[in-house]
Design a protein around this ligand. Structure first.
Ligand code: LER
Ligand code: MN
Length: 270
């Protein structure tokens, strides 16, 4: 397993659960100095930064991109794949496909979190999940062309009412036979939704493709009440070799949160 830390450049998400909000070069520098293996990027969109600029940063700091988030499609443009308006669903899909083409040359998978949306009103749960599955078929094929997976993230009940638990999401991905789709196990969401976090990791099994490494309160691991040991043991058991990526609040400050995270990850995976 490898460590990663989040770097956000989305103004609308300035108060969000991301460690660094610095300009890219400074953020990469801080991540490298602290000893992270990679950075996870939250950018305003696919055209916010040239791919060549990210490539240059990767090379200069020796840090690959663990993943690229798509949340700006929601926080900046209000787009979701399950919006009742077909035009908005199409725009959401277009935004995500463009983010896949941005991350692809960097070998960075894109993540679907808040852009999955919710069901309700005139949209039934079945209808919303049907739209989501259709979109993920197109998205999976586009990601496959770059030889990267696409990461679908079950969120807690306050953020979506579609799929909240890792095991349920895994069952759904399997039942829909979705190719190139893996799951993001976010320990913060899991702490709210799962009965047993380690068991949930096992239920995800080989579909677990990315991990947001957060304590119960979305602070750095060690600053809340989650015991990471059984979780990391379960990840080892299922053969997980991906990133433990800190998507957490920068508290008490970004450097302290990052330092606590890297210390926790090193002690868990050694
Ligand atoms: C994104 O990774 C996430 O965890 C969400 O809570 C943000 O919408
Ligand atoms: Mn997350």
């Amino acid at each position: 397993m490898k460590s990663a830390v989040t770097l956000c450049r989305v103004a609308e998400a300035a108060a969000g659960p991301f460690v660094f909000h610095d300009p890219l070069d400074a953020g990469f520098e801080k991540a490298a100095t602290l000893g992270f293996d990679a950075v996870e990027l939250f950018l305003p969109g696919p055209d916010a930064v040239e791919i060549s600029e990210i490539q240059a940063l990767q090379d200069r700091h020796g840090l690959p991109i663990a993943a690229v988030g798509t949340g700006a499609g929601m926080v900046k443009h209000g787009l979701s794949l399950t919006d009742p308006d077909p035009g908005k669903r199409a725009a959401a899909l277009e935004f995500i496909l463009a983010m896949i083409d941005f991350g692809g040359p960097l070998k960075a998978p894109a993540i679907l979190g808040s852009m999955q949306g919710k069901w309700g009103g005139d949209v039934s749960r079945d209808q919303a999940l049907g739209w989501l599955a259709d979109a993920l078929r197109t998205i999976g094929a586009a990601s496959g062309k770059h030889d990267v997976p696409f990461i679908y993230e079950p969120l807690n009940r306050y953020e979506t009412n579609l799929l909240n638990r890792v095991g349920d999401a895994a069952e759904w991905v399997r039942s829909e036979s979705l190719d190139h789709i893996v799951l993001l196990a976010d320990m913060f969401h899991m702490n709210i939704e799962e009965t047993d976090l380690a068991e949930a990791m096992r239920a995800g099994g080989d579909l677990v493709g990315h991990v947001h490494y957060a304590d119960s309160n979305r602070h750095a691991m060690g600053f809340g009440h989650t015991d990471p040991a059984p979780l990391v043991a379960a990840l080892k058991e299922i053969g997980y070799r991906g990133y433990l990526s800190a998507e957490i609040f920068p508290l008490p400050d970004a450097e302290a949160a990052a330092a606590q995270t890297i210390q926790s990850i090193k002690s868990q995976i050694s």
